[in-house]
Write a protein that binds this ligand. Structure first.
Ligand SMILES: C[S@@+](CC[C@H](N)C(=O)[O-])C[C@H]1O[C@@H](n2cnc3c(N)ncnc32)[C@H](O)[C@@H]1O
Length: 252
């Protein structure tokens, strides 16, 4: 078991958020419980918050990152499967997709609509041999891993030489007015709609946590640096509207 105090080789995606958990050792359990408790509401919430455009965006990002028919893919932190579903469409009958998530309930919801094997495991410790996949994706979950360095080292390990990684994430816009607008939407409007639409306080907490982790996450350059340190080449970040980030890299 890892020390709860990060040493200098560790890079958590954000600092402790005392509103939700008291110290780093509690973070993993908090995140797992939060996603387990809200799995049945997740698809509804993301559809409403993205005005129904989230799945189309995910598919376009996968194509931009080079996903092609016939590839063998691992979708990490797959949740209810919105990224995996698009991957199945793109890779077609000669490719394959495996979905990995730490939350049993998320995988259980995914099982009903996504035709991929769902494996319960952590991004930092993937139960696969080295050099297995052509493409690795992670949608909106990098903020939730324990440590960026461990995660990227593991991603590099399971990719084949020449394989690609795509991380989709959100960041607050740089302009003050853009930030205020996005904060108001994600921190006030979305949690309120989530609470009313699902009648679940957990769904409201999920969306509050969603914004708080976006706001406190390390900057994009730290993510790119961590990818490079883990041995990824051709590392870059494509940004849309100052908010949607697509980090890509290639295992040499
Ligand atoms: C916001 S959801 C994203 C789901 C999906 N990828 C999408 O694009 O909507 C985050 C998911 O990450 C999972 N997760 C969080 N930390 C994880 C970790 N360290 N390893 C694997 N899954 C993790 C959660 O259980 C949850 O299902």
């Amino acid at each position: 078991m890892k020390s709860p105090t990060p040493d200098s080789s560790q890079l958590p995606p954000h600092q402790v958020l005392p509103r939700y958990y008291a110290d780093p050792s509690r973070r993993r359990a908090f995140v797992s419980n939060l996603f387990d408790d809200t799995a049945k509401h997740y698809d509804w919430i993301i559809k409403v918050m993205s005005f129904g455009s989230g799945n189309r965006y995910r598919k376009e990002a996968l194509l931009r990152a080079g996903l092609r028919p016939g590839m063998h893919v691992i979708d990490v932190a797959s949740g209810t499967g919105p990224v995996s579903r698009s991957e199945v469409d793109i890779v077609g009958p000669h490719g394959s997709v495996v979905s990995v998530d730490r939350s049993y309930n998320m995988l259980d919801v995914a099982r009903k609509s996504v035709p991929t094997p769902g494996i319960q495991a952590s991004a930092e410790d993937l139960p696969f041999p080295d050099n297995q996949f052509d493409f690795l994706s992670m949608g909106y979950a990098l903020r939730h891993v324990d440590d960026l360095n461990d995660t990227f080292a593991e991603y590099r390990r399971v990719l084949k030489p020449g394989g690609s990684v795509l991380i989709m994430e959100l960041t607050p816009p740089k302009s003050a007015i853009g930030r205020r607008f996005v904060k108001f939407y994600l921190n006030s409007v979305v949690p309120t709609i989530a609470r009313i639409g699902t009648r679940s306080d957990d769904a409201r907490t999920l969306m509050k946590y969603f914004w708080d982790t976006i706001d406190s996450c390390v900057p994009p350059q730290s993510i790119l640096d961590a990818m490079k340190r883990s041995g990824f080449a051709d590392v870059s970040c494509h940004c849309i509207s100052g908010v949607f980030r697509e980090y890509v890299g290639r295992k040499p």
